[in-house]
Design a protein around this ligand. Structure first.
Ligand SMILES: *[C@@H]1O[C@H](CO)[C@@H](O)[C@H](O)[C@H]1NC(C)=O
Ligand SMILES: *[C@@H]1O[C@H](CO)[C@@H](O)[C@H](O)[C@H]1NC(C)=O
Ligand SMILES: *[C@@H]1O[C@H](CO)[C@@H](O)[C@H](O)[C@H]1NC(C)=O
Ligand SMILES: *[C@@H]1O[C@H](CO)[C@@H](O)[C@H](O)[C@H]1NC(C)=O
Ligand SMILES: *[C@@H]1O[C@H](CO)[C@@H](O)[C@H](O)[C@H]1NC(C)=O
Ligand SMILES: *[C@@H]1O[C@H](CO)[C@@H](O)[C@H](O)[C@H]1NC(C)=O
Ligand SMILES: *[C@@H]1O[C@H](CO)[C@@H](O)[C@H](O)[C@H]1NC(C)=O
Ligand SMILES: *[C@@H]1O[C@H](CO)[C@@H](O)[C@H](O)[C@H]1NC(C)=O
Ligand SMILES: *[C@@H]1O[C@H](CO)[C@@H](O)[C@H](O)[C@H]1NC(C)=O
Ligand SMILES: *[C@@H]1O[C@H](CO)[C@@H](O)[C@H](O)[C@H]1NC(C)=O
Ligand SMILES: *[C@@H]1O[C@H](CO)[C@@H](O)[C@H](O)[C@H]1NC(C)=O
Ligand SMILES: CC(=O)N[C@H]1CO[C@H](CO)[C@@H](O)[C@@H]1O
Length: 440
């Protein structure tokens, strides 16, 4: 464990023993909660390796924040992922010349970069939940492996370095410095260099920084947004409804215990509560059927029986307003098989019934254009193809309900890690973002 002697914004010094210092720090830290702009970026699927996991699926559009790594600071943009644990960077260990511009993190020119040895407790005990366990490389450094969707892998070392978020400087943050095989091309040129793991696992960013709470709000118009790290006591115009995080003590094969898992109770289309048996929302004895919020997934996926009930009712309530794409072989991103034809000369979509996901204590209402996604490049005669933004988990082979970031647009989402709960409220995120970022 790294001794913490300084009080940073992200770590309100819960591990300092002296109450007086604690009080001083808390009031100071509260006042300086960090507000960071979120951007959305299309990231090629081959760019991001993910830990192999039966619950995960790859996606295109990701939310990113800009941070700095190392000393002197190197600018990088990182994908935010509340569904995974280990943060990692694309590193280029072969670039020894600081004057050669390189899109990847160059550990060679950071004076605070420190690889983790494989005999350290970080390597031996804190990597236990990794799908591929960490091992020792020939230099006795802690070696980690991540996989891509196509089963190729990325190798690297666990290391620590200073991460800067806005004005907050955080020394000694542990991440994977991955050997990059990805070659950037001009078409997908971006500064995205890695991923910030934000789930509940012990090596995740929020666990390492002991962040008591984080919140975000994703705009529904341009997918930009805001991420707040720390206590949020901003007046954004409403109160939150809370739903408790589900924690289980025994490991189960299909249950991700580090995920933000909540109790899913039902679905409404317009105001009609679908007749779905409650036990379809409860994980079974293998852990299959958990419900999680995941910023690392774009759309929302529901287990087959629940998806089919929603699909049928949405079809029914859009009968007469939308023309179904009559093509049984067509499914968008494998799992989204409810698609429509919309004339290209139509300036806007017809009025759609809303879909509400009902959790214990809170609801998430998805409405309007968020319900349909225009499939890029797919045209039938003079019609564009639009697909329903809920998909069937069974078609992906995942055993969970996953609430992706598309459905979380225009929601204020608060993750309270002290009280183990998630707070939700509908919000105008573009206005909230402007206001909070304007405040600095
Ligand atoms: C995702 O990316 C692939 C290629 O990288 C592209 O063909 C596909 O249209 C993209 N999907 C979306 C939803 O943007
Ligand atoms: C990093 O970004 C900041 C702010 O955008 C800029 O002032 C600085 O010059 C950048 N540093 C490098 C090394 O690009
Ligand atoms: C790493 O840096 C070297 C030297 O600048 C460069 O030749 C090489 O292409 C870089 N590797 C990657 C994967 O970008
Ligand atoms: C990175 O890849 C190079 C060449 O493939 C290899 O020599 C090196 O050992 C790798 N480093 C790590 C940390 O895996
Ligand atoms: C990359 O970073 C530089 C400097 O911070 C910035 O000017 C540029 O717009 C960024 N590029 C992308 C694609 O975000
Ligand atoms: C939060 O802010 C409101 C007004 O902005 C203030 O009245 C309240 O005391 C604050 N709460 C805390 C815990 O700081
Ligand atoms: C709900 O479904 C069950 C079993 O499918 C059925 O017995 C019951 O009558 C249905 N209730 C309503 C109100 O439709
Ligand atoms: C749509 O309405 C037509 C006529 O009212 C009916 O024949 C058809 O079965 C309906 N389809 C669905 C999916 O409800
Ligand atoms: C659509 O809903 C109406 C009213 O609930 C019902 O009468 C009709 O049978 C449904 N149609 C289909 C195709 O499910
Ligand atoms: C769109 O085009 C169709 C013929 O292709 C025409 O019948 C319809 O009136 C047009 N609608 C609008 C809003 O222009
Ligand atoms: C929060 O709870 C109130 C009262 O039960 C309800 O009216 C409101 O719709 C809920 N909002 C959300 C986002 O769950
Ligand atoms: C670990 C490593 O490759 N270090 C190199 C960093 O770059 C300097 C020259 O700029 C080399 O001397 C180091 O060996």
């Amino acid at each position: 464990m790294r001794p913490k002697t300084t009080c940073t914004i992200l770590t309100p010094c819960f591990n300092l023993a002296i109450l007086l210092i604690l009080r001083t720090c808390l009031s100071m830290c509260e006042a300086k909660t960090l507000a960071l702009p979120l951007k959305s970026q299309v990231i090629p699927s081959g760019y991001l390796p993910r830990p192999p996991n039966k619950l995960r699926f790859n996606h295109n559009v990701s939310l990113t924040i800009s941070i700095t790594v190392g000393t002197p600071p190197q600018n990088v943009s990182m994908v935010i992922d509340t569904g995974s644990e280990l943060s990692w960077l694309h590193c280029n260990n072969t670039n020894t010349n600081p004057l050669i511009p390189d899109p990847f993190f160059n550990p060679n020119i950071s004076s605070t970069y420190s690889p983790i040895s494989c005999s350290s407790s970080t390597c031996t005990t804190r990597t236990r939940d990794f799908p591929i366990p960490a091992s020792c490389d020939s230099n006795n450094l802690c070696h980690a492996t991540l996989s891509y969707a196509d089963a190729s892998s990325s190798e690297g070392n666990l290391a620590s370095d200073t991460l800067g978020f806005g004005s907050s400087v955080n020394p000694g943050v542990i991440f994977g410095c991955m050997n990059s095989t990805y070659t950037t091309n001009s078409e997908s040129d971006s500064n995205t260099t890695g991923l910030l793991g934000m789930n509940l696992g012990s090596l995740s960013l929020v666990s390492q920084l002991k962040t008591p709470k984080f919140s975000y709000c994703i705009s529904g118009s341009d997918f930009s947004g805001i991420l707040l790290l720390g206590e949020s006591n901003f007046s954004w115009g409403g109160s939150l409804n809370y739903t408790s995080l589900v924690q289980i003590s025994t490991p189960l094969p299909y249950f991700d215990r580090s995920a933000y898992t909540v109790r899913f109770k039902g679905i409404k289309v317009s105001d009609k509560l679908l007749n779905i048996s409650g036990n379809l929302f409860v994980p079974d004895h293998t852990g299959a059927g958990q419900t999680m919020f995941d910023l690392g997934t774009q759309f929302t996926f529901l287990l087959g029986p629940v998806y089919n009930a929603l699909r049928e009712e949405f079809l029914n309530q859009t009968n007469g307003t939308l023309r179904v794409l009559d093509d049984p072989n067509f499914a968008f991103q494998i799992a989204m098989d409810l698609c429509y034809r919309v004339p290209m000369n139509r300036s806007e979509l017809p009025e759609l019934p809303s879909v509400s996901l009902v959790f214990e204590g809170a609801e998430m209402r998805v409405s309007g254009d968020q319900l349909l996604y225009r499939v890029p490049g797919s045209v039938r005669d003079n019609d564009s193809v639009y697909c329903f933004t809920f998909g069937n988990s069974d078609l992906l082979g995942v055993e969970a309900f996953i609430i992706g970031h598309h459905q979380q647009q225009n929601m204020w989402m608060e993750f309270d890690l002290v009280q183990h709960r998630v707070g939700l409220a509908h919000a105008q995120c573009d206005l909230v973002g402007q206001k909070l970022l304007g405040l600095g």
